[in-house]
Design a protein. Sequence first.
Length: 280
Amino acid sequence: MKLVRYGDTGAEKPGLMDGDTLRDLSSVVDDVTGATLDDATLDKLRAVDPATLPAVDGNPRIGPCVGNIGKFMCIGLNYKDHAIETGNPFPDHPVLFMKANSAIVGPNDDTVMPRGSTKTDWEVELGVVIGKQAKYVSKEDALDYVAGYCIVNDVSERDFQFNLTGTWTKGKSCDTFGPTGPWLVTRDEVEDVNNLAMSLYVNGKQMQTGNTSTMIFSVAECIEHLSGLMTLYPGDVISTGTPPGVGAGMKPPVFLKVGDVVELEIEGLGKQRQEVKQDA
């Protein structure tokens, strides 16, 4: 299934993609959140004949594909070719940082650069949505705890990230820096999460090309590691790192400017599109 949330910010409704048709799920569930991502509820949704659901008229805003996200966890330097382009050694363990939930927006909402930003950058990433509580989970069982997958653009302000004293979180958590969606694609529809093509374009020029097969730590290994440190809950999201082609890795570096258009895609998970603006 491809689950969707649509409507105005803060008033999103649950939806389901039926081919190219968006259908309303409000008669079945109140929202797509951690409370509705368990296997039993997902099986209930699968049993619904989409043709019995009303089609959504017009072209509504698409919101983040998961509402009330719990933890927004991100894995840094998790692609071999990206680590090489940034001149960093492969980490011994998954590099964890947190992204503030206030950064989360819909997949096509504007990216608004904060005051003082000079180095706003892009990162196409695979998002993993947890479907059931996970603690001390082995990598062999880890994918059973996943509700589904989505696209995340881990927008990053590199000057804030590296030059404001502290952790990466400062450069990762600005408002609008977490576009998520458009769809939550349930795990049964993703044949091999370790072999998904990824791409990102700025103003029509391809900047990032990659595949989840070049991850240093697989999705299962990330879940094993994180669940050994903290309990993962339904509705938590893990953004699992980015392939090469970020602006900061180019020579000379290239960063976003007002009016740029960023488009990103992961095989089977849909597309995002953001226009870049400047905060007042």
